[in-house]
Design a protein around this ligand. Structure first.
Ligand SMILES: Nc1ncnc2c1ncn2[C@@H]1O[C@H](COP(=O)(O)OP(=O)(O)O)[C@@H](O)[C@H]1O
Ligand SMILES: [Mg+2]
Length: 418
């Protein structure tokens, strides 16, 4: 069987699902991560320690490793490792990989906008904003974006540091707040600028897809039925299939296809967010990874090569990366969805009650709390963890949404001041 290198950032939610899928497929696995496991010496040929912030140096190490243990595919499971994975894959010359420049563009919102704009895609107007710049620079940036605007870091994810501002004063407050977060994250390192964009009205959807030889196939189109109007953009409910009409769904797919080709992505998963400005889709973002957090747990897939098998999203991603049989991919369930539980407040998580009650709601297939009791938590825009996830399946998206809301309403979260 092929040997696959899974590049796992230490903070990822995605490790277990990918390791399980690789195991089910009988793949040989090399776990590459920032930290050496305690028993690394006993796991020769199966682990590799890389500094994920240094893609080129990581590729050197991977080359040395692969000289002894040849690697057939490289998968960066999450936002924090996709650039390193693409760089390693390019150096190793594995067959199913993305150009490094394409993946880099998905990890820098300035490059993303520039590539999409060049390809003529409908875009919010945007400008770069230096964190250390004064009022004049902010005025100039707002002059380009207009108001309301959205101020965000160029290279974070999960809406971290993303703030809407409606006027000049709010924009100043938002820019300082995002700037402080970036200083906290970057420490003494280089401070990347922020990006400021015009605010795009409209309902938002997320497209989960798989690119093969440059061609994008949809795995699922999710509606986000809770309004995402700011000032912070915490994601909550994802439900599929989408209730947008067929013409709009087609327009979303066309827009994401155009974005994938403008970016130059050739292989692997994409997760894209699109807003419907009237009936015109506006691409907010395309990421070269699969859906985040534990959300993929709710996705059950059937593939044309073996229609009776139920596969996970990670199984399908690893098949594509390794060139194993696949065929057209479809969702098994008529409808499914997930509720990402945002942090309701900052402080110490003291208790979560009602999990069993929530799990017993009709349609709910599981509740996974992802923060240990006693841990310090903080909400968006600074926080970067979800409190947990609720999963549901059903006959219709409306029914799934109702199950998720009912279950969420039964959870009682206690957070005390730190
Ligand atoms: N220009 C914009 N107009 C309207 N909403 C936006 C805009 N940019 C971001 N958002 C909202 O913020 C969310 C997160 O922004 P995004 O650019 O996807 O950053 P991240 O990498 O953190 O996911 C989006 O899903 C969307 O709801
Ligand atoms: Mg996003």
């Amino acid at each position: 069987m092929p040997r696959v290198m899974l590049i796992l950032p230490t903070e990822t939610y995605r490790a277990t699902a990918f390791l399980k899928a690789a195991d089910d497929l009988g793949l040989q696995v090399v776990v590459a991560s920032n930290e050496a496991p305690t028993l690394a010496t006993l796991m020769e040929g199966r682990v590799l320690t890389l500094d994920l912030r240094q893609p080129v140096e990581s590729a050197d190490r991977a080359m040395e490793f692969a000289a002894r243990w040849p690697v057939d595919a490289v998968v960066g499971v999450d936002e924090g490792s996709v650039v390193t994975a693409a760089t390693v894959a390019e150096r190793l010359g594995t067959p199913h990989r993305n150009p490094v420049s394409a993946v880099r563009a998905t990890r820098d919102k300035r490059q993303l906008r520039a590539r999409l704009a060049k390809a003529g895609l409908r875009q919010p107007s945007f400008a770069e904003l230096d964190i250390t710049a004064g009022d004049e620079a902010l005025d100039a940036a707002i002059g380009i974006s207009g108001l309301p605007c959205v101020i965000k870091p160029v290279d974070l994810a999960a809406s971290r540091g993303v703030i809407r501002a409606d006027d000049r004063a709010e924009s100043g407050v938002a820019a300082r707040r995002v700037g402080a977060l970036m200083r906290e994250i970057c420490g003494d390192g280089v401070l990347p600028p922020l990006i400021i964009e015009s605010y795009v009205e409209g309902a938002e959807v997320a497209l989960e897809g798989l690119v093969q030889e440059g061609s994008l196939a949809v795995i699922a189109l999710f509606d986000k039925p809770d309004p995402l109007v700011g000032p912070f953009f915490e994601e909550t409910i994802y439900v599929t299939p989408s209730r947008l009409d067929a013409a709009m769904q087609g327009a979303v797919l066309d827009a994401v296809r155009a974005a994938v080709s403008a970016l130059g992505l050739r292989h692997g998963p994409v997760h894209a967010e699109v807003r419907m400005d009237g009936d015109v889709p506006v691409v907010i973002e395309v990421a070269a990874r699969s859906i985040g957090g534990l959300c993929s747990q709710v996705i059950r897939l059937s593939c044309a090569d073996a229609p009776s098998e139920v596969r996970t999203l990670e199984n399908v991603i690893l098949r594509e990366a390794c060139g194993l049989p696949l065929g057209a991919v479809h969702m098994v369930d008529k409808a499914c969805g997930v509720f990402m539980l945002p942090m309701p407040a900052a402080g110490i998580l003291r208790g979560v009650r009602g999990v069993e009650e929530a799990e017993s709601v009709a349609g709910i297939t599981g509740v996974a709390m992802s923060i240990p009791i006693g841990e310090r938590v903080r909400p968006l825009p600074e926080g970067d963890r979800y409190l947990g996830f609720i999963f549901a399946r059903g006959e219709t998206p409306r029914g799934v949404e109702a199950s998720l809301r009912r279950a969420q309403g039964l959870l009682d979260i206690e957070i005390s001041a730190a």
